[in-house]
Design a protein around this ligand. Structure first.
Ligand code: P6P
Length: 335
């Protein structure tokens, strides 16, 4: 029988040396928010929470009621605790400095409260993605500079997957560990210790409907993934859920690569850098993998805008390095 370890116990036992209560308690807060959102998500079909909230977010996307609920829960659990100096959310136009009436903390929380929201009403897995930075200047109240930091500066990152079970997967730079929510106990229990991307990988994930929008180098990469151009290793299977957290999680467990390439009319791609690609890139590297925009590491990109997007290739190193090679060949051919 495996040992029973709650996420609270794990966080406490494995907190980084520099972490004081503030950092550890922030991770507790995120776990609490995950439980609250899970409770609501699991009932999405049973209440009037389904359907559109009527508003649209800065991305121009229709906000689903669960989007708004998840964003509100995370904000209200974290805004007054004294752990943070600022927050940023996919659902909020501007970054959120901690209100003056509350004690300022030393960390920054960036999050996508509910990624894959287009899947909410069709009961497909959705997820929350989060990243934690240290405030740039601990003496000042939250500023945009605290939020616009490269992924290399993350001190923690993770996601919550609301699927057949609810899982919280996170890293503080000491490997990746997964916890499964026992809904009867209301506890996240350690279920996936020291997660590593398996090799050889099993899957590749991409929306093939956009094939004609991709550059020759990306098309060549897809042919390579499909085995039509020489590639060592066992053939890959294609899996694409349309929910980033779900695709990323399956590839983390079975090995693979998730691709959302640049398109002819969208050179920046679709996936958001700050609160989607960055945290997942940190997790991937901690699990032995790598994340690239096709030409350079996601973690090295300096954000200039809260909601900026990036092309994303994330998963097994051997698979991601290859797209950089093909796009380098493309650039050389174009020069
Ligand atoms: P497409 C959801 O909106 C999302 O941001 C990710 O969760 C998902 O991987 C991607 O978009 C799906 O995009 O264009 O393939 O529908």
């Amino acid at each position: 029988m495996s040992k029973i370890v709650t996420i609270e116990r794990f966080i406490f036992d494995y907190q980084p040396d520099y972490a004081r209560g503030e950092f550890t308690n922030l991770l507790y807060d995120i776990a609490l928010a995950a439980k609250v959102i899970a409770h609501k998500t699991n009932r999405a079909g049973l209440t009037d929470i389904l359907g559109r909230a009527g508003a649209t977010n800065i991305q121009g996307e229709q906000q689903q009621k669960l989007d708004v609920f998840a964003d509100d829960i995370i904000f209200r659990i974290c805004d007054h605790t004294g752990r943070l100096c600022a927050m940023a959310s996919e659902e909020r136009d501007e970054f959120m400095p901690i209100p003056e009436q509350y004690k300022k903390g030393s960390y920054v929380l960036v999050y996508d409260p509910l990624d894959g929201s287009s899947n909410i009403d069709v009961n497909v897995s959705i997820g929350t993605i989060f990243g934690v930075y240290r405030c740039v200047d601990w003496d000042l109240r939250g500023r945009i500079e605290d939020v616009l930091q490269p992924g290399r500066k993350l001190v923690a990152a993770g996601y919550v997957l609301f699927g057949s079970s609810t899982m919280l997967v996170y890293t503080t730079g000491q490997g990746v560990n997964g916890f499964t929510l026992d809904p009867e106990l209301g506890e996240f229990l350690l279920s996936h210790e020291n997660m590593r991307l398996p090799d050889p990988p099993a899957y590749y994930s991409v929306n093939h409907a956009y094939y004609e929008r991709w550059s020759p180098g990306v098309k060549r990469y897809l042919h390579w993934l499909q085995g039509s151009e020489e590639r060592e290793g066992k053939p890959l299977s294609s899996r694409y859920i349309g929910s980033l957290v779900a695709d990323f999680h399956r590839n983390l467990l079975r090995g693979g690569v998730f691709c959302y390439p640049a398109e002819n009319n969208k050179p920046e791609g679709k996936i958001r850098l700050l609160y989607e690609a960055g945290p997942l890139a940190f997790l991937a590297e901690q699990a032995g993998g790598y994340a690239s925009n096709g030409r350079s590491p996601i973690l090295d990109i300096e954000p200039t805008d809260l909601h900026q997007r990036t092309p994303l290739f994330v998963g097994n190193r051997s698979l991601v390095y290859q797209v950089e090679k093909f796009l380098q060949d493309e650039d050389e051919a174009d020069s």
